[in-house]
Design a protein around this ligand. Structure first.
Ligand SMILES: Cc1cc2nc3c(=O)[nH]c(=O)nc-3n(C[C@H](O)[C@H](O)[C@H](O)COP(=O)(O)OP(=O)(O)OC[C@H]3O[C@@H](n4cnc5c(N)ncnc54)[C@H](O)[C@@H]3O)c2cc1C
Length: 505
């Protein structure tokens, strides 16, 4: 193994991945021991999508010392309580995947088990009645969650929608403030050390050669270091997830700012709507076997709520991940490491966990294979778990069009079919600590798309029937009272973090 001390870190790419990596490393690593340089090309630019997030982003912002209101104003952000899915089970159907819990566990029995029993006893309600986040979203209300177990607000969670380009600028300001040096220009070649095969130098278009000890590949789909130079193979998952295109377009805001993302299934794809303060981000994810790019643009444009603010932009992608994200002295973070369609807004989170993992396994003098192996195992497991959750949405659809019929009939990973079988038996889930999507998320999608357990867990019979129904009514009325006292999402933004009016969309 190479034993050179790691002092000079080169990050190639200045999208969300590059700047998350740069700011996090600069925040955590001792300044006197490391030089961090980020190289990016204005000519190539960034992908410019990636605007919906999930709650762990708050932990990253805390670690970076980000002031929430400043971040929201700087990125024209809004709050996100979850995702509303339309037409996924069948045309006209609707369900909400909230952040947070359903009800409360009691005697170590999951809340939904009691709810299923109460339904059998004739207590009429939906599981979503017991999700504070879902009810807040329905009412268009927002207040932040908290961690006080005594507070009703600890049962929900939230994340953000933000402008991807403004977020990269926000992180850049942060990273440069912590000493990261930005170098503008295009990398045109990469040279390797003859003996070790490690990356030695990147060659810039203007002729400068930049050498480093550790290289972080944040070059997006191009993956110029890990993929192109080091030849790490891409594991293609198009046999599990067929989508290979997206078309994106911003539109004018209409009406109130929803505190949630919308995901709307169409006969040959699905559409996202992401509300920001100054505009709405829209896109359609599809597979070109079922819909041409022109048809996709037309479909998206005819389903906007407000006027389009630009021409639609087509993005082509391949679903899957690299076989390893860390090879020799190079680590891929972001789109260069892998891609899963944005159905559950997971990509930015995967960027953040990759960087956190790198910091946990950071090399000192040289590279140890055990660290690299651990990193890669965790990387693969995390991507595979997210993939299963995305596949679930397609697999349990009940639509009749060719895309949806094919998606339903495609073979799925055994890890996923086991989860489905367990749920269908007694509605049970077994979580691992590092699972990104916990029980509540699986429940939301499985129940939302029509899967039903054949029975509830018999331990739920421990609560007497009369007490059980009263308990559920009490939770419903506590949620109702709490929501009644909450401000509308727009009012909360206006009072806490409204962006300046003069920004050009
Ligand atoms: C359609 C779509 C929708 C998405 N929606 C979401 C979402 O809602 N939520 C979410 O979490 N994620 C989403 N994502 C993913 C998200 O956009 C990315 O994970 C995130 O933006 C990180 O991208 P990146 O930084 O890896 O790549 P990019 O933004 O593409 O950045 C690549 C960088 O590398 C630089 N570069 C490339 N080649 C060179 C070179 N030769 N020399 C110098 N510099 C170079 C570029 O200039 C750029 O700075 C979506 C992705 C797609 C495709």
């Amino acid at each position: 193994m190479n034993i050179k001390p790691i002092e000079n870190i080169i990050i190639v790419g200045g999208g969300t991945a590059g700047w998350v990596a740069a700011s996090s490393l600069a925040r955590v690593l001792p300044k006197q021991s490391y030089r961090i340089t980020l190289v990016e090309s204005d000519q190539i630019g960034i992908i410019g999508v990636g605007e919906a997030t999930i709650p762990p982003i708050q932990d990253v912002h805390k670690m970076l010392g980000v002031d929430e209101a400043d971040f929201i104003r700087s990125t024209e952000a809004s709050f996100k309580l979850g995702i509303e899915f339309h037409n996924w089970s069948e045309q006209g159907s609707r369900y909400f995947h909230p952040f947070g819990q359903y009800g409360r566990e009691f005697d170590s029995v999951s809340f939904h088990q009691y709810w299923m029993r109460a339904r059998e006893l004739g207590f009429e309600s939906e599981l979503s009645d017991f999700s504070l986040g879902t009810q807040m979203a329905k009412a268009g209300k927002f207040v932040p969650s908290n961690n006080d177990p005594q507070s009703i607000l600890s049962s929900m969670g939230y994340a953000y929608h933000f402008d991807a380009s403004l977020y990269a600028k926000f992180l850049r300001r942060l990273a440069e403030g912590m000493g990261v040096v930005r170098r503008e220009g295009k990398v045109i070649d990469v040279s390797l050390d003859h003996d070790s095969g490690f990356i030695d130098t990147i060659l810039m278009e203007d002729g400068e050669a930049i050498s480093g000890d550790l290289f972080i590949d944040c070059t997006g789909f191009a993956s110029i270091l890990l993929g192109k130079t080091l030849g790490v193979e891409f594991e293609d998952w198009s046999h599990l997830l067929k989508a290979n295109r997206a078309v994106a377009v911003p539109s004018q805001n209409v009406g109130e700012t929803r505190p949630y993302t919308q995901s709307i299934a169409h006969p040959a794809g699905w559409q996202w709507r992401i509300p920001l303060q100054h505009r709405t981000g829209n896109g359609l994810v599809f597979c070109d076997d079922y819909l041409s790019e022109d048809e996709a643009c037309q479909l998206l444009l005819s389903n906007l709520e407000g006027e389009a603010l630009a021409d639609p932009r087509v993005l082509r992608f391949r679903t899957g991940r690299r076989q390893q994200a860390w090879h020799k002295n190079c680590i891929a973070v972001g789109l260069s490491a892998g891609f899963l369609e944005p159905l559950e807004s997971t990509a930015i989170h995967l960027v953040q966990t990759m960087v956190a993992r790198l910091l946990q396994l950071f090399p000192s003098s040289g590279f140890q294979q055990a660290d690299i192996d651990e990193f890669n195992q965790q990387f693969c497991r995390e991507y595979d778990m997210v993939r299963d959750f995305i596949v679930l949405h397609y697999h349990v659809n009940q639509r009749s069009e060719p895309l949806w019929r094919d998606a339903r009939e495609m073979a799925i990973p055994e890890s996923l079919s086991h989860k489905i079988r367990l749920f269908e038996s007694h509605g049970r889930f077994f979580e691992r600590q590092d699972d990104l999507f916990k029980k509540a998320s699986w429940l939301a999608v499985m129940m939302g798309q029509g899967l039903k357990p054949s029975d509830y867990d018999p331990i739920a019979n421990r609560k007497p029937a009369a007490g059980l129904c009263q308990w559920l009514k009490n939770i419903q009325s506590a949620y109702g009272d709490a929501i009644g006292a909450m401000p509308d999402h727009d009012r909360f933004i206006a009072e806490y973090c409204r962006a300046k009016k003069d920004r050009v969309a």
